[in-house]
Ligand binder design. Structure first.
Ligand code: 3HC
Length: 302
């Protein structure tokens, strides 16, 4: 299933101008990496307040990056940050942002109708050559693309949190995605300094299809009373070499995101035990304890 590069690069779009819809953890992270690698980025969200927070997050993350990258040259580091920030503009109006886009990448709420509605509207406003992509973690790209008239110029680009640190991008072609579009997305991923892998348009692609059932089983193992969350986290870090244990990672990814993913899958395949619900997860989400971003999830954060 792995696609190779096409020999004719005639219609391959070189992605320079990127519009990112959604200024949350993922959208802001992708914006940061794209801007850091010389792309011109417009970050779009519904309010100026959210966008201010996104840009603040980018600045904070860039400071961490330059502390390492420019350890001996703090002035060059500061210059780098300013240059990157100049590559990022923000907007609350996607209609104003897309007419110059080579790529429109969506990282909004994990809800099919909302994503279809967004892309359906943008389809009429974006230039013909513009490629659309979704950073969905669990929904079929084919379903999202169905609201547009550019299914040949539509693919999946799935990043991982924290985007500046995680080297992988999953590049997804549907059965309608053209080879040129796939090549453009692959090249864009490489231009971001990431390593792309490809897989079919199947639920969770590669990483989440393996990672989320593992994390859910950790929750259920704890619910069965078979181990404390602290011990399970220590076990997977020291016994399996994972950088974070499953409870820490759930808090980091966001318990709402975890729930969106598992709810969608268990609805489609209710008898599959690896997609079974966790009452503990449902309870925490109902209480608004969504993990690190709200100050509390499985653990408390300062
Ligand atoms: N921006 C920039 N630099 C960062 C960063 C960020 N957001 N986060 C970490 N770093 C860098 C910094 O240089 C930091 O040093 P500093 O604290 O002095 O600034 C350095 O990494 C070390 O960070 P920490 O001391 O906080 O902790 P770790 O050594 O554990 O590294 C980690 C952090 C890279 C996040 C590591 O714990 C890790 O890899 N965790 C697993 C992440 C993972 O599995 N992600 C995938 C989730 S699934 C997903 O995203 C898919 C979605 O669809 C659900």
């Amino acid at each position: 299933i792995r696609r190779s590069f096409s020999s004719s690069a005639v219609r391959r779009v070189v992605i320079k101008n990127v519009t990112i819809i959604g200024g949350g953890q993922m959208g802001a992270g992708i914006a940061q990496v794209a801007a850091s690698t010389g792309h011109s980025v417009t970050l779009v969200d519904t309010s100026e307040d959210i966008l201010k927070k996104s840009v603040k997050g980018i600045e904070g993350s860039l400071k961490r990056v330059v502390k390492k990258k420019f350890a001996d040259k703090p002035e060059a580091g500061e210059e780098f940050i300013q240059k990157v920030l100049q590559n990022v503009s923000t907007s609350t109006d996607p209609a104003a942002a897309v007419p110059t886009s080579d790529l429109v990448l969506e990282a909004i709420v994990e809800n099919l109708n909302v994503k279809q509605d967004l892309f359906g509207r943008l389809d009429k406003l974006a230039p013909k050559h513009s490629i659309f992509a979704s950073n969905t973690s669990s929904l079929p790209i084919t379903d999202i693309a169905s609201s547009t008239s550019r299914q040949d110029r539509f693919g999946g680009l799935h990043f991982f949190n924290p985007v500046p640190m995680m080297k992988l991008v999953e590049v997804i072609a549907t059965s309608a995605t053209s080879q040129e579009t796939f090549d453009s997305l692959l090249n864009f991923s490489k231009a971001l300094g990431k390593t792309p892998v490809s897989c079919k348009d199947t639920p969770g692609f590669i990483v989440n299809r393996l990672l989320v059932p593992y994390m859910m089983e950790a929750l259920r193992l704890h619910e069965r009373g078979h181990g404390s969350k602290e011990d399970i986290d220590i076990a997977m870090k020291l016994g399996a070499g994972y950088p974070m244990g499953p409870f820490e990672l759930s808090d980091y990814v966001g318990l709402d995101t975890m729930k969106f993913i598992i709810d969608g899958w268990s609805e489609k395949d209710p008898d599959n035990p690896i997609f079974a619900q966790s009452e503990l997860l449902n309870k925490l989400v109902a209480e608004g304890k969504l993990g690190k971003k709200t100050g509390e999830g499985f653990y408390k954060y300062k």
